[in-house]
Design a protein around this ligand. Structure first.
Ligand code: 572
Ligand code: ZN
Length: 349
């Protein structure tokens, strides 16, 4: 196969193909990017294995990938912020810029957001891709393109910790030690959390979390959320000030509420069943706020500063590396639940 713009396209459920597509040309305000690294997200795997997430259904072939970085290879008309050869991290969601959410700075809530690899919008797991220049962030020389790709999941951690208002001295509970639990762990620690306890049902994931700086870990064994909450309180010496729930599992969300101190906050990051029974009166009468997040907003600059300053090290999150040509193997490994972050390198040889 000729390979000018080798691209990973999802045709339908269980049908991802590598094909050579035309090289896209940057429109006004856009840059063309020679892709460097793309991390695999749970949603990429889910679209591949199920063909849909909630109301978002793959009805036409869709290019996968949204945790990405690359090198500017062409500059569209009117772009002055970037030049040929700039290494950039790509913020994958481009909003409408004119609605009330965009105009008040909460562009993540924009109803017209074009988000990479969310139907009907293409992602960037390819050799070449075009993107709005103002949603590309130039990487300093000492920040790698792998770190640039990791700014995407890190931004989810930054937004969740912003929503929980995590700060100096906080005792934080993180439920779930998958990639998103881990970026929240890193972010909470860097914001000065005194103690972070992280829970999971998988001991290997907890060991990984300890290596990344978790003060305490708890392997969840009880089916009773009150029992698990009691174990968390005993470990921390008191209930958690703030909790970030990253599993989306109903029993874990219940645990999150019971384990959070009165006046505290639970941020729901993980998404599972659409309807979940919760101890809502317990939360209400103890003034435990329950907040959601939708991706992130204004977080890329913060995530980049955190990495560029050396305050956080995201590189240990990468456990597997594949070339673009090996994308199917990479997705198979992700489907098997191997490792933490699987990174695909899109550079030619
Ligand atoms: O990296 C951003 C991100 N956001 C995810 C999932 C994976 N990666 N979200 C969960 C799913 N929702 S959604 O609204 N949707 C499929 C568009 O259910 C978006 C946020
Ligand atoms: Zn994602």
């Amino acid at each position: 196969m000729t390979d000018v713009n080798l691209t990973a396209i999802l045709y339908k459920k269980d049908d991802m193909r590598l094909e050579d597509l035309p090289v896209p040309e940057p429109k006004e305000g856009e840059v063309q990017i020679s892709m460097a690294n793309v991390g695999i997200c749970g949603s990429d795997v889910h679209y591949w294995t199920h063909g849909e997430i909630g109301d978002f259904i793959v009805k036409a072939p869709m290019i996968l990938g949204h945790e990405a970085s690359g090198v500017v290879s062409k500059v569209g008309q009117g772009v002055t912020s970037l030049k040929l050869g700039d290494r950039v991290a790509i913020e994958p969601g481009v909003p409408c810029r004119v609605c009330k959410y965009c105009k008040t700075g909460r562009y993540n809530l924009c109803l017209d957001m074009a988000f990479c690899a969310t139907p009907p919008y293409h992602g960037n797991l390819a050799r070449f891709y075009t993107h709005a220049a103002d949603f590309c962030y130039k990487l300093p020389d000492h920040v790698s393109t792998e770190e640039g790709a990791l700014l995407e999941p890190l931004s989810v951690g930054v937004h969740a910790c912003n929503r929980a208002n995590i700060g100096l001295g906080d005792r934080v509970l993180i439920c779930g030690a998958g990639p998103i639990g881990l970026v929240n762990l890193i972010t909470a620690k860097s914001r000065g959390a005194a103690d972070v306890i992280i829970t999971d049902i998988d001991e290997k994931r907890l060991e990984f979390a300890r290596q990344l700086g978790a003060n305490y870990t708890l392997k969840v064994t009880s089916r009773d959320p009150r029992v698990t909450a009691q174990q968390i309180e005993e470990t921390l010496g008191q209930p958690a000030d703030k909790t970030i729930e990253c599993s989306g599992v109903a029993s874990s969300i219940r645990t999150a509420i019971f384990a959070t101190a009165s006046g505290g906050c639970v941020v729901l990051v993980g998404l599972g069943a659409a309807d979940v029974e919760l101890p809502i009166v317990n939360a209400a009468v103890r003034e435990v706020d329950i907040r959601g997040i939708f991706r992130y907003v204004n977080c890329y600059p913060t995530a980049l500063s955190m990495v560029a300053s050396g305050q956080v090290d995201v590189k240990p999150l990468i456990t597997h590396r594949f070339k673009l040509e090996q994308s199917l193997d990479a997705f198979e490994a992700a489907k098997r639940g191997e490792g933490v972050k699987i990174m695909i390198n899109c550079e030619r040889k």
